[in-house]
Design a protein around this ligand. Structure first.
Ligand SMILES: [Cu+2]
Length: 255
């Protein structure tokens, strides 16, 4: 009786077509899931706050380091999962301790990490500000705004709020300090983060390759207004007219 029912069921739903339909559904599901995951991930790789859209040499070095670290960590990840699969398949089989623990487990991983560490130190050293004649601007952080001192249209220093004006295509140093608590100066498309510390000056060397507008933000939680502590860097063509700063000038500033 039971076998008879099974036979009828099998004739109604042949096993081959069932398996085929199921595998097609699974394939379709994974394709859609992959597309659904990749699109937002890739969309998040652009924009004004993306370190993967560099617009200056320091940010380019950081983006390069990010890609190289991604490759290095992927390499270690592949090795670990490969070893996991091998361990499951060869359950109980004896392996050479020297090869697996000292060779792959420590030797390979440490080699990758040492290369990545050495490369990041070398890149970081190249980003340091040097004692040379690079023009300087000042950034003062306070809860919850940025004030900048930079040369105005007639060359005299002017102070602006939440907008920094710098010439494009040349290095400049930002002398960064804070009035109250620790903040952090960050323009992702131009370079890394630099802390703004009360009573202390940090110097951050940056450059914008092309004239344009670059978004900046405070990257250190500094209180309830932290998320609003954004600013803009306007890189202007040094051979053209100065941009209109009137909208950002602090009224009490005397040129
Ligand atoms: Cu903050």
């Amino acid at each position: 009786m039971f076998l008879d029912r099974v036979g009828k069921a099998a004739s109604l739903f042949p096993g081959a077509s069932l398996a085929h339909g199921h595998s097609r559904w699974v394939r379709g599901f994974w394709h859609k899931a992959l597309a659904g995951a990749v699109v937002p991930l890739l969309a998040a790789c652009g924009g004004g706050h993306s370190t993967l859209s560099p617009a200056g040499p320091a940010a380019r070095d950081i983006a390069l380091l990010w890609w190289i670290m991604l490759a290095g960590s992927a390499l270690i990840c592949v090795l670990v999962f490969g070893l996991l699969v091998l361990a499951v398949r060869n359950n109980g089989a004896r392996r050479s301790e020297r090869t697996w623990i000292w060779g792959w487990g420590l030797g390979f991983s440490m080699s990758v990490l040492v290369v990545l560490l050495g490369f990041s130190l070398w890149l970081g050293e190249g980003m340091l500000a040097r004692a040379d004649d690079v023009p300087r601007v000042q950034a003062h952080a306070a809860q919850w705004e940025w004030r900048f001192d930079q040369p105005g249209p007639d060359g005299a220093i002017v102070q602006t709020r939440d907008t920094l004006y710098v010439p494009a295509g040349q290095d400049f140093d930002v002398v960064i300090t804070a009035q109250d608590v620790i903040h952090s100066f960050w323009v992702p498309q131009l370079g890394g983060k630099m802390d703004a510390i009360p009573g202390h000056q940090n110097i951050h060397r940056l450059r914008a390759d092309q004239p344009g507008t670059y978004e900046g933000l405070c990257a250190e939680f500094c209180g309830t207004g932290h998320s609003f502590m954004r600013f803009t860097v306007v890189a202007y063509d040094p051979n053209g007219p100065m941009p209109d700063m009137s909208g950002a000038l602090i009224p009490e500033t005397r040129p």
